[in-house]
Design a protein around this ligand. Structure first.
Ligand SMILES: Nc1ncnc2c1ncn2[C@@H]1O[C@H](COP(=O)(O)OP(=O)(O)OP(=O)(O)O)[C@@H](O)[C@H]1O
Length: 215
């Protein structure tokens, strides 16, 4: 299984934000995007997730069940800045929705809603409306979404924002476990996640294109 991006370029507004970005990730490998605010990390993640069309270039996933290749967005989890949960629904209802909506990609097992809540340190609160939870608890439950439906690629935009130190470690451990099982991770982060087998890509924003850094 592998994910390959070749010569990706993206435009935001009038200007190119990055050009000629290429990377190759095999099973168990992670790409960490770094760079200052506005440097293009979220944009690149959204291109890989299929949420934004690149100006140029391709990104393709090859796996056992898709030897001919498919867009990684079809078999990825995308955790953006927002949690993608409904405040009025309970935690269990939100996670049940995502489990049914996303389905299970491949043969690997996913966790039950209670086990996923337990894995993020929040067992016993799944009956509460999502909107009642603290910001950090909401982020943990957003992460539990990744565990209720198996997807080989995790695309994570600032996954540990709003989290305390213990949750930081817990989520880093869950990401590490996903990699150990042969998953692929792309993450934008301002904090080190302490992951093994990690490539780093430093984003430079519009100025990088002008300076020829990506050219
Ligand atoms: N729709 C848009 N039109 C024009 N410019 C945009 C649009 N969306 C984003 N941008 C610009 O593109 C640049 C990259 O934004 P992006 O969200 O990818 O950065 P980032 O590296 O993820 O930043 P942060 O660390 O703050 O999350 C920013 O300068 C932003 O203002």
């Amino acid at each position: 299984m592998h994910l390959t991006a070749e010569n990706l370029a993206a435009r935001r507004g009038e200007d190119l934000l990055f050009v000629n970005i290429s990377f190759h990730l095999g099973a168990g490998e992670a790409l960490v995007l770094t760079g200052r605010n506005g440097s293009g990390k979220s944009t690149l993640l959204r291109v890989v997730a299929g949420l934004l069309r690149p100006e140029k270039g391709t990104v393709i996933f090859h796996g056992e069940e898709s030897p001919g290749g498919r867009h990684p967005g079809e078999i990825s989890h995308y955790l953006g800045h927002r949690n993608a949960m409904k405040n009025e629904l309970t935690v269990a209802e939100n996670l049940d929705f995502w489990r049914a909506f996303l389905g299970n990609a491949g043969s690997a097992a996913s966790l039950s809603v209670e086990d996923a809540a337990d894995a993020v340190g929040l067992s016993g609160i799944t009956h509460l409306p999502f909107g009642y939870l603290s910001a950090g608890q909401q982020r943990r439950i957003a992460f539990a979404k990744l565990l209720v439906a198996h997807r080989p690629i995790w695309i994570l935009d600032e996954p540990t924002a709003a989290l305390d130190a213990s949750a930081d470690r817990l989520l880093a451990d869950l990401i590490g476990a996903h990699l150990e099982k042969g998953g692929i991770v792309l993450a934008a982060t301002h904090q080190p996640l302490g992951l093994q087998n990690t490539q780093e890509l430093k984003m430079t924003g519009f100025a990088g294109v002008d300076a020829g850094i990506w050219g």
